[in-house]
Design a protein around this ligand. Sequence first.
Ligand SMILES: Cc1ncc(C[n+]2csc(CCOP(=O)(O)OP(=O)(O)O)c2C)c(N)n1
Ligand code: SF4
Ligand SMILES: [Mg+2]
Length: 288
Amino acid sequence: MATFKDFRNSVKPNWCPGCGDFSVQAAIQRAAANIELEPEDLAVVSGIGCSGRISGYINSYGLHGIHGRSLPIAQGVKMANRDLKVIASGGDGDGFAIGMGHTIHAIRRNIDITYIVMDNQIYGLTKGQTSPRSELGFKTKSTPEGSVESSISIMETALTAGATFVAQSFSSDLKELTSLIEQGLQHEGFSLINVFSPCVTYNKVNTYDWFKEHLVSLSDIEGYDAHNRMIAMQTLMENNGLVKGLIYQNKEKKSYQDLAHGYSETALSKADLSLDNKQFEELISEFM
Ligand SMILES: Cc1ncc(C[n+]2csc(CCOP(=O)(O)OP(=O)(O)O)c2C)c(N)n1
Ligand code: SF4
Ligand SMILES: [Mg+2]
Protein backbone atom coordinates (compact mmCIF):
# COMPACT_ATOMS: atom_id res chain seq x y z
CA MET A 1 0.00 0.00 0.00
CA ALA A 2 1.31 3.44 -0.92
CA THR A 3 2.36 5.97 1.72
CA PHE A 4 2.49 9.75 1.23
CA LYS A 5 6.15 9.40 0.29
CA ASP A 6 5.14 7.41 -2.78
CA PHE A 7 3.33 10.51 -4.03
CA ARG A 8 6.59 12.48 -3.94
CA ASN A 9 8.80 12.80 -6.99
CA SER A 10 12.33 14.11 -7.47
CA VAL A 11 11.32 17.58 -8.64
CA LYS A 12 12.21 20.29 -6.12
CA PRO A 13 9.47 22.94 -5.84
CA ASN A 14 10.67 26.42 -6.72
CA TRP A 15 8.09 28.16 -4.54
CA CYS A 16 9.46 30.87 -2.22
CA PRO A 17 10.39 29.62 1.26
CA GLY A 18 7.25 29.92 3.41
CA CYS A 19 4.76 29.87 0.49
CA GLY A 20 1.45 28.31 1.58
CA ASP A 21 1.41 26.04 -1.46
CA PHE A 22 3.92 23.65 0.16
CA SER A 23 1.26 22.58 2.65
CA VAL A 24 -1.31 22.04 -0.07
CA GLN A 25 1.11 19.75 -1.87
CA ALA A 26 1.76 17.81 1.36
CA ALA A 27 -1.96 17.59 2.15
CA ILE A 28 -2.77 16.16 -1.28
CA GLN A 29 -0.02 13.56 -0.90
CA ARG A 30 -1.21 12.58 2.58
CA ALA A 31 -4.90 12.51 1.64
CA ALA A 32 -4.22 10.29 -1.38
CA ALA A 33 -2.30 7.80 0.76
CA ASN A 34 -4.87 7.93 3.59
CA ILE A 35 -7.69 6.89 1.27
CA GLU A 36 -5.46 4.10 -0.05
CA LEU A 37 -4.83 5.38 -3.55
CA GLU A 38 -1.79 4.32 -5.53
CA PRO A 39 -0.01 6.96 -7.66
CA GLU A 40 -1.56 5.45 -10.80
CA ASP A 41 -5.06 5.99 -9.37
CA LEU A 42 -4.66 9.77 -9.26
CA ALA A 43 -4.48 12.56 -11.85
CA VAL A 44 -3.62 16.15 -10.89
CA VAL A 45 -4.40 18.80 -13.48
CA SER A 46 -3.35 22.40 -12.89
CA GLY A 47 -3.63 25.83 -14.47
CA ILE A 48 -1.00 28.56 -14.67
CA GLY A 49 0.34 30.45 -11.67
CA CYS A 50 2.79 29.69 -8.87
CA SER A 51 0.10 27.33 -7.58
CA GLY A 52 -0.22 25.76 -11.02
CA ARG A 53 3.20 24.18 -10.63
CA ILE A 54 1.76 21.73 -8.13
CA SER A 55 0.95 19.05 -10.71
CA GLY A 56 4.67 18.75 -11.43
CA TYR A 57 5.51 18.06 -7.79
CA ILE A 58 3.24 15.08 -7.20
CA ASN A 59 3.98 11.54 -8.29
CA SER A 60 0.76 10.74 -10.14
CA TYR A 61 -0.64 11.35 -13.59
CA GLY A 62 -0.37 15.08 -14.10
CA LEU A 63 -0.96 17.85 -16.57
CA HIS A 64 0.16 21.47 -16.28
CA GLY A 65 -2.40 23.06 -18.55
CA ILE A 66 -3.16 26.61 -19.60
CA HIS A 67 -4.31 29.60 -17.59
CA GLY A 68 -7.86 29.20 -16.29
CA ARG A 69 -8.42 25.89 -18.01
CA SER A 70 -7.63 23.24 -15.42
CA LEU A 71 -11.32 22.42 -15.01
CA PRO A 72 -12.26 21.57 -18.62
CA ILE A 73 -9.18 19.36 -18.84
CA ALA A 74 -9.82 17.66 -15.49
CA GLN A 75 -13.48 17.04 -16.34
CA GLY A 76 -12.42 15.48 -19.65
CA VAL A 77 -9.90 13.24 -17.88
CA LYS A 78 -12.59 12.04 -15.48
CA MET A 79 -15.14 11.40 -18.24
CA ALA A 80 -12.57 9.40 -20.22
CA ASN A 81 -11.42 7.38 -17.22
CA ARG A 82 -13.95 7.30 -14.40
CA ASP A 83 -11.69 4.94 -12.43
CA LEU A 84 -9.23 7.76 -11.71
CA LYS A 85 -9.51 10.18 -8.81
CA VAL A 86 -9.05 13.56 -10.44
CA ILE A 87 -7.86 16.78 -8.79
CA ALA A 88 -7.99 20.13 -10.57
CA SER A 89 -5.86 22.81 -8.94
CA GLY A 90 -4.63 26.35 -9.35
CA GLY A 91 -4.76 29.87 -7.99
CA ASP A 92 -7.50 32.38 -7.22
CA GLY A 93 -6.69 34.23 -10.43
CA ASP A 94 -6.74 31.01 -12.43
CA GLY A 95 -10.08 29.86 -11.04
CA PHE A 96 -11.97 33.04 -10.18
CA ALA A 97 -10.78 35.46 -12.89
CA ILE A 98 -9.96 33.98 -16.31
CA GLY A 99 -11.39 30.56 -15.35
CA MET A 100 -14.52 31.74 -13.54
CA GLY A 101 -16.92 30.63 -16.27
CA HIS A 102 -15.55 27.12 -16.08
CA THR A 103 -15.75 27.16 -12.28
CA ILE A 104 -19.47 27.98 -12.21
CA HIS A 105 -20.34 25.41 -14.86
CA ALA A 106 -18.18 22.69 -13.28
CA ILE A 107 -20.02 23.33 -10.01
CA ARG A 108 -23.48 22.98 -11.51
CA ARG A 109 -22.44 20.10 -13.79
CA ASN A 110 -21.27 18.11 -10.76
CA ILE A 111 -18.72 15.82 -12.41
CA ASP A 112 -16.96 13.82 -9.73
CA ILE A 113 -13.66 15.73 -9.42
CA THR A 114 -12.04 17.73 -6.61
CA TYR A 115 -11.07 21.34 -7.25
CA ILE A 116 -8.41 22.73 -4.89
CA VAL A 117 -7.79 26.48 -5.14
CA MET A 118 -4.71 28.03 -3.55
CA ASP A 119 -6.23 31.39 -2.65
CA ASN A 120 -3.57 34.00 -1.81
CA GLN A 121 -5.70 37.02 -2.84
CA ILE A 122 -3.12 38.03 -5.44
CA TYR A 123 -1.48 37.07 -8.72
CA GLY A 124 1.78 35.60 -7.43
CA LEU A 125 3.48 34.36 -10.59
CA THR A 126 3.15 37.69 -12.40
CA LYS A 127 4.66 39.48 -9.37
CA GLY A 128 1.74 40.83 -7.42
CA GLN A 129 -1.36 42.27 -9.07
CA THR A 130 -4.88 42.29 -7.61
CA SER A 131 -7.00 39.20 -8.11
CA PRO A 132 -10.80 38.89 -7.85
CA ARG A 133 -10.17 37.78 -4.26
CA SER A 134 -8.28 40.95 -3.30
CA GLU A 135 -10.22 43.19 -0.93
CA LEU A 136 -11.56 46.61 -1.87
CA GLY A 137 -8.74 49.10 -1.28
CA PHE A 138 -5.98 46.47 -1.61
CA LYS A 139 -2.79 48.17 -2.82
CA THR A 140 -0.56 46.48 -5.39
CA LYS A 141 1.64 47.57 -8.28
CA SER A 142 -1.44 47.45 -10.53
CA THR A 143 -3.60 49.33 -8.02
CA PRO A 144 -1.27 51.81 -6.27
CA GLU A 145 -4.25 53.83 -5.00
CA GLY A 146 -6.03 50.70 -3.78
CA SER A 147 -8.38 48.36 -5.66
CA VAL A 148 -11.75 49.91 -6.51
CA GLU A 149 -13.32 46.47 -7.06
CA SER A 150 -14.81 44.32 -4.33
CA SER A 151 -13.61 40.80 -3.61
CA ILE A 152 -15.78 37.98 -4.96
CA SER A 153 -17.51 35.96 -2.22
CA ILE A 154 -16.54 32.66 -3.71
CA MET A 155 -17.98 30.25 -1.16
CA GLU A 156 -21.38 31.97 -1.32
CA THR A 157 -21.18 31.96 -5.12
CA ALA A 158 -20.49 28.22 -5.09
CA LEU A 159 -23.52 27.60 -2.87
CA THR A 160 -25.84 29.58 -5.12
CA ALA A 161 -24.48 27.76 -8.19
CA GLY A 162 -25.63 24.46 -6.68
CA ALA A 163 -22.38 23.08 -5.28
CA THR A 164 -22.63 19.71 -3.57
CA PHE A 165 -19.39 20.02 -1.57
CA VAL A 166 -17.95 23.33 -0.38
CA ALA A 167 -15.05 23.58 2.04
CA GLN A 168 -12.44 26.10 3.02
CA SER A 169 -9.16 25.66 4.86
CA PHE A 170 -5.81 27.23 5.62
CA SER A 171 -2.26 26.17 4.79
CA SER A 172 -1.30 26.30 8.47
CA ASP A 173 -3.81 23.60 9.36
CA LEU A 174 -2.37 20.57 7.59
CA LYS A 175 -4.52 18.14 9.57
CA GLU A 176 -7.83 19.78 8.66
CA LEU A 177 -6.74 20.40 5.07
CA THR A 178 -5.75 16.75 4.60
CA SER A 179 -9.04 15.57 6.05
CA LEU A 180 -11.06 17.91 3.81
CA ILE A 181 -9.19 16.72 0.71
CA GLU A 182 -9.89 13.12 1.71
CA GLN A 183 -13.57 13.95 2.10
CA GLY A 184 -13.59 15.82 -1.20
CA LEU A 185 -11.98 12.93 -3.04
CA GLN A 186 -14.55 10.55 -1.58
CA HIS A 187 -17.52 12.82 -2.31
CA GLU A 188 -19.55 11.58 -5.28
CA GLY A 189 -19.77 14.81 -7.27
CA PHE A 190 -17.85 18.06 -7.67
CA SER A 191 -16.00 19.18 -4.55
CA LEU A 192 -14.58 22.68 -4.16
CA ILE A 193 -11.91 23.28 -1.53
CA ASN A 194 -10.68 26.86 -1.26
CA VAL A 195 -7.41 27.05 0.66
CA PHE A 196 -6.08 30.28 2.14
CA SER A 197 -2.49 29.79 1.04
CA PRO A 198 -0.46 32.93 1.84
CA CYS A 199 1.87 34.49 -0.70
CA VAL A 200 4.70 35.60 1.58
CA THR A 201 6.44 37.59 -1.14
CA TYR A 202 3.73 39.84 -2.61
CA ASN A 203 0.82 39.87 -0.18
CA LYS A 204 1.92 41.58 3.02
CA VAL A 205 -1.67 42.04 4.24
CA ASN A 206 -3.24 38.56 4.19
CA THR A 207 -0.42 36.89 6.09
CA TYR A 208 -0.39 33.72 8.22
CA ASP A 209 -0.95 35.90 11.30
CA TRP A 210 -3.80 37.76 9.62
CA PHE A 211 -5.62 34.50 8.88
CA LYS A 212 -4.99 33.14 12.37
CA GLU A 213 -6.63 36.28 13.75
CA HIS A 214 -9.58 36.40 11.36
CA LEU A 215 -10.58 32.82 10.48
CA VAL A 216 -13.49 31.24 12.36
CA SER A 217 -13.39 27.47 12.65
CA LEU A 218 -16.77 25.87 11.94
CA SER A 219 -15.95 23.18 14.48
CA ASP A 220 -16.12 25.95 17.13
CA ILE A 221 -19.67 26.90 16.17
CA GLU A 222 -21.94 24.79 18.33
CA GLY A 223 -24.44 22.69 16.37
CA TYR A 224 -23.18 23.84 12.93
CA ASP A 225 -24.95 21.67 10.34
CA ALA A 226 -22.97 21.26 7.11
CA HIS A 227 -25.99 19.72 5.39
CA ASN A 228 -28.11 22.84 5.69
CA ARG A 229 -27.54 25.22 2.79
CA MET A 230 -29.36 28.14 4.43
CA ILE A 231 -27.26 27.86 7.58
CA ALA A 232 -24.12 27.57 5.45
CA MET A 233 -24.99 30.76 3.56
CA GLN A 234 -25.93 32.65 6.71
CA THR A 235 -22.73 31.62 8.50
CA LEU A 236 -20.60 32.70 5.54
CA MET A 237 -22.33 36.07 5.34
CA GLU A 238 -22.08 36.69 9.06
CA ASN A 239 -18.33 36.01 8.98
CA ASN A 240 -17.47 37.78 5.71
CA GLY A 241 -16.59 34.37 4.19
CA LEU A 242 -13.73 33.90 6.64
CA VAL A 243 -14.64 30.45 7.91
CA LYS A 244 -12.74 27.18 7.74
CA GLY A 245 -13.97 23.61 7.69
CA LEU A 246 -16.64 21.69 5.78
CA ILE A 247 -19.16 24.40 4.90
CA TYR A 248 -21.72 22.37 2.98
CA GLN A 249 -22.25 18.88 1.61
CA ASN A 250 -25.20 17.47 -0.31
CA LYS A 251 -24.96 13.72 -0.68
CA GLU A 252 -28.39 13.39 -2.29
CA LYS A 253 -27.73 15.01 -5.67
CA LYS A 254 -26.43 12.53 -8.23
CA SER A 255 -23.19 13.21 -10.05
CA TYR A 256 -23.06 13.96 -13.78
CA GLN A 257 -21.70 10.48 -14.49
CA ASP A 258 -24.64 8.88 -12.72
CA LEU A 259 -27.15 11.01 -14.61
CA ALA A 260 -25.60 10.91 -18.09
CA HIS A 261 -27.63 8.60 -20.34
CA GLY A 262 -25.68 5.69 -21.74
CA TYR A 263 -22.48 6.59 -19.89
CA SER A 264 -20.68 3.31 -19.50
CA GLU A 265 -19.83 1.76 -16.14
CA THR A 266 -16.56 0.73 -17.75
CA ALA A 267 -14.07 3.55 -18.08
CA LEU A 268 -14.10 4.71 -21.71
CA SER A 269 -10.31 4.59 -21.80
CA LYS A 270 -10.47 0.89 -20.93
CA ALA A 271 -13.47 -0.07 -23.05
CA ASP A 272 -13.14 -1.82 -26.37
CA LEU A 273 -14.47 0.86 -28.72
CA SER A 274 -13.62 -0.98 -31.93
CA LEU A 275 -16.42 -1.80 -34.38
CA ASP A 276 -16.71 -4.82 -36.65
CA ASN A 277 -17.67 -4.25 -40.28
CA LYS A 278 -21.37 -4.83 -39.67
CA GLN A 279 -21.51 -2.37 -36.74
CA PHE A 280 -19.57 0.15 -38.79
CA GLU A 281 -22.00 -0.13 -41.73
CA GLU A 282 -24.97 0.24 -39.38
CA LEU A 283 -23.46 3.32 -37.80
CA ILE A 284 -22.75 4.93 -41.17
CA SER A 285 -26.25 4.14 -42.44
CA GLU A 286 -27.72 6.16 -39.54
CA PHE A 287 -26.16 9.27 -41.05
CA MET A 288 -27.02 8.57 -44.67
C1 LIG B 1 -4.18 33.51 -21.20
C2 LIG B 1 -3.22 34.05 -20.18
N1 LIG B 1 -3.45 35.25 -19.66
C3 LIG B 1 -2.61 35.76 -18.73
C4 LIG B 1 -1.51 35.04 -18.32
C5 LIG B 1 -0.55 35.64 -17.32
N2 LIG B 1 -0.71 35.03 -16.01
C6 LIG B 1 0.03 33.97 -15.64
S1 LIG B 1 -0.31 33.44 -14.10
C7 LIG B 1 -1.45 34.67 -13.90
C8 LIG B 1 -2.21 34.83 -12.62
C9 LIG B 1 -1.66 34.05 -11.49
O1 LIG B 1 -2.42 34.25 -10.33
P1 LIG B 1 -3.11 33.05 -9.59
O2 LIG B 1 -3.96 32.26 -10.52
O3 LIG B 1 -3.81 33.62 -8.41
O4 LIG B 1 -1.91 32.10 -9.16
P2 LIG B 1 -0.73 32.36 -8.12
O5 LIG B 1 0.46 32.70 -8.93
O6 LIG B 1 -1.15 33.44 -7.21
O7 LIG B 1 -0.61 31.05 -7.43
C10 LIG B 1 -1.56 35.45 -15.03
C11 LIG B 1 -2.50 36.62 -15.17
C12 LIG B 1 -1.30 33.77 -18.92
N3 LIG B 1 -0.28 32.98 -18.55
N4 LIG B 1 -2.17 33.31 -19.84
S1 SF4 C 1 5.44 34.52 -5.28
FE1 SF4 C 1 3.97 34.10 -3.63
S2 SF4 C 1 2.61 32.48 -4.44
FE2 SF4 C 1 4.48 32.55 -5.71
S3 SF4 C 1 5.86 31.01 -4.83
FE3 SF4 C 1 6.37 33.00 -3.92
S4 SF4 C 1 5.18 33.08 -2.02
FE4 SF4 C 1 4.27 31.47 -3.29
MG1 LIG D 1 -3.15 33.84 -6.48
